[in-house]
Design a protein. Sequence first.
Length: 106
Amino acid sequence: MPKVKVAKMADVQPGKMIGLDVMGKRMLLANVGGKMFAMDGVCSHAGGHLWEGQLLGMTVKCPRHGSEFDLATGKNTKKPFLPFAKAPDLRVYPVSVEGDDVVLDI
């Protein structure tokens, strides 16, 4: 897997998240208590940009229909508001910090 520098630590303050375009993938980078997490940035239910949603501890809530995903595992922890809707799990990516650089293994 290639390692890609995607941000500086100062770009994502604790309790915040941003969207990234990395090697053609829309990704989410979140800072929870000084620890960085990365996962697919587009909701698997209806394509909402997760970085525009809410960061609730270790959970990201989609702004469109309320699906929630665990940052550490990518697991869908809460289904969309719509009846019979599904939101498959998302992929997470290993994150490391090298100096002030945030690096992802893609």
